[in-house]
Design a protein around this ligand. Structure first.
Ligand code: FAD
Length: 318
């Protein structure tokens, strides 16, 4: 079922969903299941599976020579989606990226999704590769998420690449895109970013999932601003509990988000990361309860491969 249908069916009840990261190449999928199992009692209508950018690895060839190879450390997004869907009978959402994929590869992936009955897609540009300062489009790929949304929308209309078919099978995808309550790190202003978000919605996006934030007022303001720009699709908040002290520096640095002073003070007081986790969970519970009371349709948690703190939050909120 599509995300938008899940929301309609819930009739105002707030749903719980979460996102997982594929395990490192060479790992057993049972490790992943161990993190999903404890969260299934909260009946997530869908689970997102991220896709990671490819990266360069350098292999020592001896005598001072290095061989540069390209690899994806966490492959298997679509396979994991199919495996989880089959094992738990839950909808799964693969994240599709512009970066690292040609339009043809994207089309093949979408065809696979359609055959597998995976009819929700999260359409993203992706970040720069590790060695790059800025995102550089892949040769033959898309530059912005809006282009990817257009390609997916074309498939909804039975329009495949290169017009090799007069009219192909229509693949009825529901498309999610990313939104940024504190603006995307590259955007020159929140207004610019909102205009770009509106373009994604006009191109066919059905819902928005936000970057993490720790101050609900920023999310509520974002919803209002989005409405002012004519964005009326569901906006799902992305939530992440702080888990280690280093997050105080890391999260603002990587995602260009602010942390509230009271949260910073509470984390700074902690003597160890066990205490930090407790603070992070309590903060997230308060955030979640307020969002639920405000009638937000889905709360979406970034599990980052660990489910115990998400489980504690879900127990308190759902
Ligand atoms: P876009 O919507 O293309 O926007 C990127 C930037 O370009 C923005 O600053 C925007 O304002 C600007 N822009 C957009 N269109 C134009 C235009 N036509 N001209 C000029 N500027 C423009 N990353 C991963 O690698 N894997 C994942 O699985 C993943 N999952 C994510 C899930 C969520 C919910 C979120 C919020 C982010 C996720 N990301 C993931 C991170 C995401 O890929 C990065 O934030 C990326 O830098 C931007 O992606 P986007 O889809 O928002 O890009």
């Amino acid at each position: 079922m599509k995300v938008t249908e899940h929301i309609e069916r819930a009739k105002g009840k707030t749903l719980f969903s979460f996102e997982i990261i594929p395990p490192q190449k060479g790992s057993n999928i049972n490790e992943l299941y161990k993190n999903i199992d404890p969260l299934m009692e909260f009946n997530p209508p869908f689970i997102d599976v991220t896709t990671s950018r490819e990266e360069f690895v350098y292999i020592d060839k001896g005598e001072g020579l290095l061989d540069r190879k390209i690899t994806r450390r966490r492959p298997g997004t679509l396979g994991i989606c199919a495996a989880i869907k089959h094992k738990y009978d839950v909808d799964t959402i693969p994240h599709l990226l512009c970066g690292g994929f040609t339009k043809e590869e994207t089309e093949y992936m979408l065809v696979d999704c359609h055959y597998l009955g995976i009819n929700n897609i999260m359409a993203l540009r992706g970040d720069a590769m590790k060695h790059q300062r800025y995102f550089e489009p892949t040769a033959g790929g898309h530059s912005y998420a809006v282009d990817l949304v257009r390609q997916i929308h074309n498939l909804r209309c039975g329009k495949y690449l290169h017009e090799t078919l007069e009219e192909g099978e229509r693949a009825s995808f529901c498309v999610g895109v990313a939104g940024y309550p504190e603006k995307h790190l590259e955007a020159p202003s929140i207004d610019f970013d909102l205009k770009k978000l509106k373009e994604k919605v006009d191109a066919g996006a059905d819902y928005v999932v936000t970057q993490m934030f720790f101050d609900n007022q920023k999310f509520f303001r974002f919803i209002e601003q989005a409405k002012d720009y004519g964005i009326h699709v569901p906006i799902i908040p992305g939530l992440k509990p702080i888990a280690v002290k280093r997050h105080l520096q890391l999260l603002p640095q990587v995602f260009k988000i602010d942390l509230p002073d009271t949260l910073i003070a509470a984390v700074e007081k902690c003597k160890n990361n066990k205490e930090v986790r407790q603070v992070g969970v309590e903060w997230s519970i308060q955030q979640s309860k307020e969002l639920k009371e405000a009638g937000i349709p889905v709360l979406h948690y970034y599990s980052m491969g660990k489910s115990d703190n998400i489980k504690t939050i879900a127990e308190a909120v759902f």
